[in-house]
Design a protein around this ligand. Structure first.
Ligand SMILES: Cc1cc2nc3c(=O)[nH]c(=O)nc-3n(C[C@H](O)[C@H](O)[C@H](O)COP(=O)(O)OP(=O)(O)OC[C@H]3O[C@@H](n4cnc5c(N)ncnc54)[C@H](O)[C@@H]3O)c2cc1C
Length: 394
């Protein structure tokens, strides 16, 4: 049995775990990243979600020297449109545009495919000599003491670390081993994530189209072979999402076109379709002795308003900022992290969960409330500014 020593053990190689390894590695810490398998880094097998990164996430990537590598694959989002529809086929009742008020300001967000992000991050990690990538073994268990954690992996190897970062997703084994419980709400919905091509240009506009079952969101991607392309997140009750996933490509493209209210012309499916269950999850604490939870190990948010991974990268920025080489993983370090993140995480999980309940409903009174809410947020400048600031990671 090997027993290595490292500063930080990161469990999980989703975007959050990979980014954590790159940021702490760049900062000079010795990092071991362990996961059952490396993420797929190609278009057909990789993660079909995209992420619209907001300013704080871009700042984190820039500080770690990663944004210059990601930027060539990013598509700027200049405006967010919210379109409220009713009936079937959907009839547009109202639409509002959200954009930055000040001229010359940067885009609202930058959108990239997740498989592409994983590829760029893995390339960066492979060139960091102080980061060890331990594939084929997940986190199994640990014993913590005041000065260190002794971690056992699923291949029976073990190592000592001053800090264990649980980035091992919504069913986090680190969270469970640390004895941290989580509040979970299930909505009976699933999100389909896929890409489409379309004849109309997206003009760097992301559009959330509301009807019932949850939003249908078009998010601009770079053109593919000169053809306008968008990522799509389509939320539905679970059985309906599975029915749509099983349709042949032509029938699926036709239904997606109808659901999009024809905004970009006929849509053509251009990728596999991945399905994700929609839940909210909030862990009751972000830390335990020598342990910090980040990202979906700590919170899961429905995919509305590009909040999930952006919130996760805010966790990482706070954990990094509150670390010092001497105090890494100490109670002081972890308290600073917990205090700086707990309120924001709780607020975002509650707000997006509530918004999802409101917007998925097909009941006329709730659809009217949704429309009134949209108008109030869009048309009252102080409310509009407050919502945009919160949505942009402020
Ligand atoms: C359809 C959809 C669209 C989205 N769009 C956006 C968006 O535009 N903007 C945004 O900010 N967010 C978005 N999100 C949210 C975002 O995609 C997720 O929050 C994010 O990808 C989750 O990353 P993660 O690294 O926390 O978890 P995961 O990607 O689930 O990674 C967890 C990792 O842990 C590994 N693992 C599991 N068990 C163990 C173990 N025992 N030991 C070690 N490793 C283990 C897994 O193999 C995996 O590699 C979206 C989500 C969905 C569903």
């Amino acid at each position: 049995m090997t027993r290595e020593t490292t500063d930080i053990l990161i469990a999980g190689a989703g975007i959050a775990g990979l980014t954590a390894a790159a940021c702490f590695g760049q900062a000079g810490y010795r990092v071991t990243l362990a996961a059952p398998a490396p993420p797929r880094r190609d278009k057909t097998q990789g993660d079909q979600r995209s992420t619209a990164f907001l300013d704080p996430a871009i700042a984190l990537f820039s500080e770690a020297g990663l944004w210059a590598r990601l930027a060539p694959h990013a598509q700027p989002l200049q405006e967010l449109h919210i379109t409220d529809t009713t009936g079937w086929p959907p009839r547009t009742r109202d639409s509002r545009a959200f954009r930055s008020d000040a001229p010359g300001t940067p885009p609202l967000a930058q959108n990239l495919m997740n498989w592409r992000i994983a590829d760029v991050l893995l390339n960066a990690l492979e060139s960091l000599p102080n980061v060890a990538l331990h594939w084929g073994a997940g986190f199994a268990s640990m014993v913590t003491r005041e000065r260190e954690a002794l971690v056992r992996l699923t291949d029976d190897s073990s190592l000592r670390a001053r800090l264990v970062i649980g980035a091992d997703g919504r069913d986090s084994a680190v969270r469970e081993t640390a004895g941290i419980t989580a509040e979970i709400s299930r909505f009976g919905q699933k999100a389909l994530a896929f890409s489409v091509t379309h004849p109309e240009p997206h003009r760097d506009i992301s559009t959330e189209v509301y009807n019932q079952g949850g939003p249908f969101t078009l998010i601009p991607l770079p053109d593919e072979d000169g053809t306008p392309t968008s990522a799509v997140v389509w939320m539905n009750p679970g059985p309906e999402a599975l029915r749509l996933q099983a349709l042949d490509a032509e029938a699926f493209s036709a239904e997606a076109t109808t659901r999009s209210a024809g905004l970009l012309g006929p849509l053509t499916l251009a990728s596999p379709r991945a399905v994700f269950p929609i839940i909210t999850l909030r862990s009751r604490a972000l830390t335990a002795q020598r342990t910090a939870l980040i990202a979906e190990a700590a919170h899961v948010i429905p995919p509305i308003g590009a909040q999930g991974l952006n919130t996760s990268l805010n966790d990482l920025a706070a954990l990094l900022k509150s670390a010092t080489p001497d105090a890494l993983g100490s109670r002081q370090h972890l308290d600073r992290y917990e205090n700086s993140r707990a309120r924001d995480v709780a607020a975002r999980v509650a707000a997006i969960g509530f918004y999802n309940r409101l917007t998925r409903s097909g009941l006329p009174p709730l659809q009217s409330l949704r429309l009134s809410g949209l108008k109030a947020v869009a048309d009252l400048p102080p409310l509009r500014r407050a919502v945009m600031k919160a949505g942009m990671g402020g």
